[in-house]
Design a protein around this ligand. Structure first.
Ligand SMILES: [Zn+2]
Length: 276
């Protein structure tokens, strides 16, 4: 999947959880912001082992610069174990970019090391540590990366979730590039739309007073709906039907632009409401 798809699907998944953080009586918008930024960064990290770097890797080159030595370190430390998939550890993947960074173990190690690095730098600058920020940073990085793996599990290359200890491959039928020239798979767009729609519904219900974001059960409700949406995403990603999913690239782009415009108008309206 493309870098921008990873960022938007990840933010679309994490954003509903930040709504209570932003709108409850005891709100912490800064915490929500920290979680979203960490998740966005996390959503780009696994592609550090990719041969074909997404454009966003060049826009935020610093993330990649940190991840390359980290990737090498993880590969080096794993080389001592007698692992089932040892041969695959170092493969510089060409068309299919799935190395150790595309595994839960790589996600955990890289999130841990990155959090540690940022904590040390933060401590040197501010002479103190904010435990909540550090926890949110770690949580965001882990979530962003695990969601990246879920998103890649929808593509034809798939993800081996047991890597490097075994093989349990989860794959779908979405091509990262275009399967047919001039045509595009509409699914990543539909998935974004689904997630966006849920956030919009939550915000509308909140403003109408239908749901109370102060209630403790709110996170459970959000989790249940997001899990349901992700169940649908993984299910439909497996359905290989060109007539259903592959459409004229121009029309898909037009649809994307329309949704963008509506989203921007909505944000503009909310800002004006807040100023009043
Ligand atoms: Zn990837």
């Amino acid at each position: 999947m493309l870098g921008k798809d990873h960022v938007s699907l990840t933010l679309g998944t994490v954003f509903p959880f930040t709504i209570p953080l932003i709108f409850s009586d005891n709100s912490h918008p800064v915490y929500a912001f920290c979680l979203l930024v960490a998740a966005a960064i996390g959503s780009l990290i696994p592609d550090a082992d990719s041969d074909e770097k997404p454009k966003l890797h060049y826009d935020f080159k610093v993330i990649y610069d940190i991840m390359v030595p980290l990737h090498k370190l993880i590969v080096f430390s794993f080389a001592f174990f007698n692992l089932k998939e040892k041969m695959n550890l170092q493969y510089v993947v060409e068309k299919q970019h799935r190395g150790v960074m595309h595994s839960p173990i790589g996600v955990f190690i890289s999130s841990f090391v990155l959090t540690l690095l940022i904590t040390i730098v933060g401590y040197l600058i501010f002479h103190g540590i904010n435990a909540t920020f550090i926890s949110l940073l770690f949580l965001g990085l882990i979530l962003g990366q695990l969601l990246h793996l879920l998103e890649d599990s929808c593509t034809v290359s798939g993800i081996n979730w047991l890597f490097p200890f075994g093989t349990r491959e989860l794959k779908g039928s979405i091509y990262t590039g275009n399967k047919i020239e001039g045509k595009r798979d509409i699914r990543p767009f539909l998935y974004k739309l689904f997630l966006l729609f849920f956030s919009a519904i939550l915000l509308i219900f909140h403003s109408l007073g239908t749901i109370d974001v102060n209630e403790s059960g709110i996170y459970l409700l959000i989790f249940a709906v997001v899990a349901l949406i992700w169940g649908l995403i993984l299910l439909t990603a497996k359905i290989d039907n060109d007539n259903l999913w592959i459409h004229d690239a121009k029309n898909v782009r037009k649809l994307e632009r329309t949704v963008d415009r509506i989203g921007k108008q909505d944000v503009g309206r909310k800002r004006r409401d807040l100023r009043k």
